[in-house]
Design a binder for this molecule. Structure first.
Ligand SMILES: Nc1ncnc2c1ncn2[C@@H]1O[C@H](COP(=O)(O)OP(=O)(O)OP(=O)(O)O)[C@@H](O)[C@H]1O
Length: 233
């Protein structure tokens, strides 16, 4: 794996079920992504986007094929190594935000730092930098139910950056947002990826996101049918 390569996927397949009812959710997918790239993953509902992201992030195991992230083989990692990888190397953003309802915005952002045993003083400082970064400097004490969907997703983005991951995996991050808010969240993701030199893999139906990507992977029925540079609008 070269220095510039962050993700390598080789012959990745995932079947669900078995016998007559087997679903080939992902079929022999291979691609590579470099450091600093924002890669959009497109495809219709059921095309295999979530399956692909979950396998790369070590949230699921493939039927066959291999994945490396930052030089580590995810598909060969033990559960303990996967925990470490998800804590230190990969940040996740989901469509449903996934914030802890009883915690404030600042506490939510601080959760991964607590898990990584970041000392309290460092934690506080890093939490406030991240909340500023996502434009929520004045909202640290608010709880998720006191925030709009777009604000909640911003908190989730700040949380995903807590341990300065090399890879950000976002599954339909704008799926629950109206188009204007979704665009703002996407612009934020684009800016964060640029500023931090991180790689992002973002599954989306949203055409505005695709415009912001460095590269677009298109899945159809579990196969990678296109791995193109985006066409300028
Ligand atoms: N746990 C599961 N058990 C059985 N089949 C599954 C499971 N998870 C996903 N599938 C099937 O695998 C295929 C790919 O699903 P996946 O969720 O990866 O698609 P997607 O492109 O992310 O779709 P969406 O855009 O709707 O989220 C679909 O046919 C789906 O029904």
């Amino acid at each position: 794996m070269s220095e510039q390569e962050l993700i390598r996927v080789e012959g990745l397949s995932r079947d669900y079920g078995g016998g007559d009812r087997v679903v080939h959710a992902l079929r022999e997918v291979s691609f590579r992504a470099g450091r600093g790239e924002l890669v959009a993953v497109r495809g219709r509902s059921g095309a295999g986007k979530t399956t692909l992201l979950n396998l790369i992030g070590g949230l699921d195991r493939p039927t066959s094929g291999r994945v490396w992230v930052a030089g580590q083989e995810v598909t060969a990692a033990s559960e303990k190594e996967l925990l470490r990888l998800r804590r230190d190397t990969i940040g996740f953003v989901f469509q449903s935000f996934g914030l802890v309802p009883i915690l404030s915005a600042a506490e939510n952002v601080g959760v991964p730092m607590r898990l990584a045993k970041v000392p309290a003083a460092d934690r506080e400082q890093r939490v406030s930098v991240l909340l500023e970064l996502v434009g929520l400097g004045g909202h640290a004490a608010q709880r998720p139910y006191e925030m709009s969907g777009g604000q909640q997703q911003r908190v989730a983005i700040a949380r995903s950056l807590a341990n300065d991951p090399a890879l950000l995996i976002a599954d339909e991050p704008t799926g629950q947002l109206d188009s204007e808010t979704g665009r703002a969240v996407m612009d934020l993701l684009r800016a964060v990826v640029r500023a931090r030199g991180m790689t992002a893999l973002v599954a989306t139906h949203d055409p505005t996101l695709v415009e912001l990507a460095d590269r677009v992977l298109v899945l159809r029925d579990g196969r990678l049918v296109e791995a193109a540079e985006p066409v300028p609008a």
